[in-house]
Write a protein that binds this ligand. Structure first.
Ligand SMILES: C[S@@+](CC[C@H](N)C(=O)[O-])C[C@H]1O[C@@H](n2cnc3c(N)ncnc32)[C@H](O)[C@@H]1O
Length: 201
């Protein structure tokens, strides 16, 4: 069952159901490896210039995989926004992580209660694609309005031209998994990946 609070205006029932289903295993699957998480964290810290007293807003934070690591580099609260309560419920129980159940759109419209009025960094990592196209520009503008002087808005996403959404049948997925197992007998799968990072000052 998807809680009612996860439905409707918060990205629609499909997305809510998708993340409700993924939440228990999300961090395990999404982490890939310690090396990857360490590398991605170092990129976020550098692009967002997080340090010391940075107030950071992580929009579409999911289970807080990166929020937690960013929080290790600032003394301020790390504000974690996500419309999925199933994802937010998995954020680690630290008094420095402040979960806020909201969408990027509602934050951009100033409707979500946030502990700070301005932020030194607003991070949107692999969540931007969930904001519908007709409000994407206004949402980015709204998030940018939350920036303090010298603040940075960081959008991390897969390159838009690379793949698009692909749909596979169960049989095709099984065949793919068999092929991956056959070509990676050691059990570890290594593959190159590519990210686009947009930094707005
Ligand atoms: C692929 S996950 C990325 C999670 C996290 N940023 C990370 O990289 O570990 C996408 C997240 O975006 C959230 N999401 C879905 N619709 C959203 C919206 N309209 N505004 C903000 N976040 C949204 C989902 O609930 C999910 O937690």
């Amino acid at each position: 069952m998807i809680p009612d609070r996860d439905r409707g205006a918060r990205g629609g029932p499909d997305i809510a159901a998708h993340y409700h289903r993924l939440a228990p295993d999300f961090t395990r699957h999404w982490s890939y490896s310690d090396a990857f998480v360490g590398w991605m964290t170092s990129r976020l810290l550098a692009h967002a210039a997080v340090g010391g007293d940075s107030r950071v807003l992580d929009v579409g934070c999911g289970t807080g995989l990166y929020s937690q690591r960013l929080a290790d580099h600032t003394h301020q609260l790390l504000v974690c926004v996500d419309p999925s309560t199933a994802m937010l419920d998995r954020i680690s129980d630290s008094p420095r992580l402040v979960p806020v159940n909201a969408t990027a759109e509602s934050v951009a419209r100033g409707e979500a209660p946030l502990p700070y009025r301005k932020f030194d960094a607003v991070v949107v990592k692999e969540a931007q694609h969930h904001v519908s196209r007709d409000v994407r520009e206004s949402t980015v503008r709204g998030l940018a309005r939350l920036l303090a002087p010298d603040g940075r808005l960081i959008v991390v996403m897969m390159p838009t031209h690379c793949c698009g959404h692909q749909h596979f049948t169960d049989a095709e997925l099984d065949a793919g998994i068999t092929e991956i197992r056959r070509t990676n007998p050691g059990g570890t799968v290594t593959f190159p990946d590519r990210y686009t990072v947009l930094v707005a000052h």
